[in-house]
Every structure is written in C-alpha cells, then in structure tokens.
Design a protein around this ligand. Structure first.
Ligand code: DAH
Length: 566
C-alpha cells in the first residue's frame, strides 16, 4: 500500500507520501484565499462563494498539459497499427498479432515491454467524477476551489490521464530508483508514458503557464492512478487536487534588488494579515530544520518563514471549512461536535519542495493525514521561467476529504452508479451519507507458492521494487511495505496479486488481506495465503457468482504470475 496524502485510509506511519488515498486508520489508507498582493494581469472573475457557478476554467490542454508527449518513431507496421488505433473505441485494449495498444483520451499508444495497463483500469479513465455537479467528488472539489479562488487562483481540471514519465517524475526531481517509478506501483502506458500517479505531474507545465501569464496561483484537479492494496480506502483510481501560490519579484528600475525583496516580504505580510481566522487548535512544526527539513540556499530565511506561514494558514482555513461543513451535516461524533478541531503540522519530505510539511487532523480519535505541501524547489520555478519568484505548493487526496465530509465509509462507493447512492448528494451542499443497505460478504482464500521470478520483476527500467526506502513515497510507491517475498529477491510483488483481483472482481471486492506466510524449512520456498472478501455495495452476490469470480482470480494468478497453488 502506499502512504499518500491524497487518498483516504490508514496505513503505516511513514511521513512522506501524500495525496494518494491515505495513511490513517479509520478511513482506510493514504490525501486549501488570500489577501491582497500581486495583482498580476488577472482576468478572472471575482472570488466565488461555495458553491460556485463560474464555468470551470479549462486551459488549452495541448498547451498546459501535454507538454512533452513524445511522438514515437516506429517501423511501418507499428505505425500503421498506431494509426488504426485512432479509429478504435477509446480506452479499450486492441490486439493485432504481436502488437497491442489503446487509444487513450484520443492519443494512440502502442504497448511495449513496460506497459502494464489492465482493461478494467482503462475502462475507468473517462468517468470524470470531478465534473459531475451532484457527485461528492465534484462537490468537494468546488469546496476546495472556493477557498483557493479568483483573483489569486485559477482553477483547472485535466481530462487526459496520460502523463510522460518526464512530467510525472523527472521534472519533479524523483531519483531514478524512487519506488513510485516501479511497475509494481505505477500503470505504464508504454516506457515513456504513465497514467499520472499524482497531479504534481502538471506542475512544470502549470508553472510555465504562470510565468507567461504572470498569474499568482492555481489549482488542478484530476484523476490519478496507482497500483495498490485493496481495502475500503484504496482504489486504483482516485482524485487529487494540487495547488500553488507564487510571489513574483517586482523590481522597478529605481529600486535595488534588496529593496524589491523587502517590498515582496511586505506583500507577503499583508497577504497573511488578510487571511480569515479560524478556531482550530494547531500543533505547529518548526518552519525548517537545517538538517532534516532545510530551507533552500537560494532563499531568504525570513521570507521562507512568511511563505510557510501563508501556506499553513490557508490550509488550516480549508480544513476549518471542510470540517465545519461535515459537523453541520451531522457527520462525526455528536458528543465532540462543539469542541474545536485539533490539527498538527509534521515535517515531511517531497523531492519537489523544501521545507515540506504534512497536515494531520484528529478526527474520530485518529490522526488523518490530509495534505502534502512545502516551499517549491527553486530549480523547478527557474526552469519554468520564474527564477526570481518564490512560492508554496500542496496536494490533497479528494476521496480522503470527501469520505470525512460526507461520512462515506467505502471508497468504492464513489464509483457507484446506483441512484440510491447518487441521489443523496446535491451540488453546493454537504449531506451525511445514509447507507442504503449492507449486503453480506463472502470471503475466499487462495494459498500459493511464490515463484522465483515474476513478470513485474523483469523490468528493464531497472527499478528495484521498494528501493530507495529513505525517500518519500510521494506519487506512489510504498517504500514501507515489505515485499512479502523478500527472501526471493524481486521475484514477486503483492500489488500484482491486487491487480489481478481488481481486474477480475472490480468493485465487488471489498478487501484483500495477507492472512498467512511461511518459508518452507527445507526448500526455502515461500508460501502466502490471501483472503479475498467479496461484497457488492449494491446487491447480494450469489455463491455461484463468487465461485466463478474466485475461480478466474485463481486461474489468472497461476497463468500470469506463475504461482503454484497449494
Ligand atoms: N504529489 C504528492 C503526492 O501525491 C502530494 C504533494 C506534496 C503535492 C507536496 C505538492 C506538494 O504539490 O508540494 O503524494
């Protein structure tokens, strides 16, 4: 599993992963207005109240979001196949002899030895839950956008789920062996493209766009994809929101750089002073720690303090709004509803910010990790043409927030098309989810001997699974989860089991747990047993149906992962 801020649930306590669904314990796994400054040539509408009605601003996708997609130079049959893919049904795997590929969001991709997309994941790439006005994901997005609104922020969504590995990892400073790059954790369309693992994939393009337009902030919402564990707070597709605020250096001709810097700090102070108040109880983390969480050499210490203060106050404000709305809707423990909410800032690590922080909220007795954030690495801003600017960025997992906001207990529900779920929500309002029924679960075990090598392990990318455990798991990759087959190095990864189960069972699987593992004393072979819990959120599953699903899962584990059943 991964620890990220974006998602929702509870996982092992590891400090550096955000936006994926979740690291706490109750909602299963690991998921932000300001005052007055830098009025650049913003043409945006006035700030809107939640709910807002302004049509969502969509940047030209080719401009902002598809910056570096490479056009593959292929031999003729490959090229012909690639052309044919354009005419094929979107988001469906097409096979032609030895070639396979798919048309994803209007672009054709021919699969290669790195590709690992499953048909079921492709099927989910065009749902755009964040654009369905009465859906809880969209309602939560709009609530966040109401805090990060015009004139300082432009709000974007990105429909195309494919990102280059350059945008998703390289531009953000991810080391070559970061676990998030692993094929066991990430969906590769081909060796140069992934289904984006986090909305930070759009940072470089968004910052370049900001540099051109001299704007001061943005939010970006999109669906993100990670191969992961299966439980009530983890789903291979979830939603993230990314935000940033930048202060440019305005240096009039009659002023020195030092004077310009002083003016910018003054603007920052004014911006902080203009932020609304809140009544949260905040346990703070130091603004920086020279060894553990340093400020960058290009930066002025006093200015970093101001940027971090602005970041933290904005986020606290968002949390205040979200949790006030949840409490007013009757979500949460009624006995504590009049008590102020407790939050804490903790040091974190992300390759693209320093210093970095996460914000955790005490909710129903659990510390929920909600936000990953920090001061943007200066080389990233410089590369985008903003070498004289400074700013902060954050990322949150929408499901994690929405599960709290609406009291939604299972992440699969967001994908439900059952009117008994969908009819409960209305744009602009927060209402407590009322379960319409709890249908019986049916669990099945599968026990097998782990093979000595596995398809995912054979990655020509040379990315050791779980490698680089010292760095954050931002963008995916769980450096904390022991590979259950570590004695047979790189031979097998639990996420491959999860992928097969999700591909066969889809939303009919509630969770999958490792219930037993042992190493045979003589042969040294490793045996694992997983318990798969089948339960529909919408109806009672028949025995025959579950048996058939489980049979297919078992067959595919043998056929695709080479395990030997016990
Ligand atoms: N992309 C990170 C994740 O998925 C979340 C994040 C952390 C985004 C820090 C940011 C940031 O913009 O500054 O876990």
């Amino acid at each position: 599993m991964r620890l990220t801020v974006t998602g929702v649930v509870v996982r092992a306590a590891r400090s550096a992963r955000i936006t994926t669904p979740q690291r706490v314990t109750s909602l299963s796994s690991r998921v932000f207005r300001t005052g007055c400054s830098i009025r650049t040539q913003s043409t945006q509408a006035a700030p809107q109240e939640f709910p807002h009605t302004r049509p969502h601003s969509r940047p030209a996708e080719g401009d902002l979001l598809k910056s570096q997609k490479s056009i593959q130079e292929e031999e003729p049959s490959r090229r012909a196949f690639q052309n044919r893919l354009k005419e094929e049904k979107a988001n469906t795997v097409v096979q032609d002899g030895a070639l396979s590929g798919a048309n994803v969001s209007g672009t054709s991709y021919v699969f290669d030895s790195i590709s690992n997309l499953s048909p079921s994941i492709l099927n989910l790439t065009d749902r755009r839950l964040y654009d369905i006005p009465d859906h809880p994901i969209c309602i939560t997005r709009k609530l966040i956008e109401s805090v990060f609104s015009a004139p300082f922020y432009t709000n974007h969504t990105v429909a195309d789920p494919v990102s280059t590995t350059a945008d998703n990892f390289d531009a953000l400073g991810f080391p070559a062996d970061h676990p998030g790059r692993s094929r066991t954790d990430t969906y590769y369309v081909d060796s140069k493209h992934v289904l984006r693992t986090h909305t930070s994939a759009h940072q470089a393009a968004a910052f370049s766009h900001m540099a051109r337009t001299k704007s001061s902030g943005y939010t970006i919402c999109a669906d993100v994809y990670r191969r992961d564990s299966i439980d009530r707070s983890h789903f291979p597709v979830f939603h993230q929101m990314e935000g940033a605020r930048i202060w440019h250096l305005n240096q009039p001709e009659n002023r020195t750089r030092l004077q310009a810097m002083k003016m910018r700090k003054e603007r920052l102070r004014e911006d902080i002073a203009s932020l609304e108040g809140h009544n949260l109880i905040v346990e703070d983390a130091p603004t920086f720690d020279k060894a553990r969480n340093p400020f960058q050499i290009e930066h002025d210490e006093e200015e970093v303090r101001l940027v971090v203060q602005h970041l933290k106050r904005n986020f606290e404000l968002l949390i205040h709004r979200i949790f006030t709305a949840a409490t007013a809707a009757g979500v949460g423990d009624p006995s504590t509803k009049d008590e102020p909410l407790r939050v804490r800032w903790v040091e974190a690590y992300f390759p693209f910010t320093s210093p970095s922080f996460e914000l955790e909220v005490l909710w129903q007795g659990e510390w929920l990790e909600l936000v990953g954030s920090g001061v943007v690495q200066q080389p990233i801003l410089s590369k985008a043409g903003m070498s004289r600017s400074i700013g902060w960025a954050w990322g949150v997992g929408i499901e994690r927030l929405a599960m709290v906001l609406f009291g939604i207990p299972d992440i699969r529900l967001f994908w439900s098309q059952d009117p008994r779920f969908l009819s409960q929500f209305k744009r602009g309002t927060v209402t407590k989810y009322e379960p319409f029924s709890k249908f019986p679960a049916c669990y099945k075990d599968v026990a097998f001997w782990v093979p000595a090598t596995s398809p995912s392990a054979a990655s020509p990318l040379n990315i050791p699974d779980g490698g680089n455990a010292g760095v954050a798991a931002a963008a995916g990759g769980d450096a904390t989860k022991a590979n259950p087959a570590e004695v047979q190095a790189s031979a097998f990864h639990e996420n491959d089991v999860m992928e097969v189960v999700r591909d066969v069972g889809g939303t009919l699987v509630e969770d999958v747990k490792l219930t037993d593992e042992f190493v045979h004393p003589k042969s040294g072979r490793k045996s694992l047993c997983y318990r798969i819990n089948y339960r529909s959120l919408e109806r009672t599953l028949t025995n025959d149906e579950v048996n058939a699903l489980h049979g297919t899962v078992t067959e595919r584990l043998v056929g695709e992962l080479g395990v030997e059943l016990r």
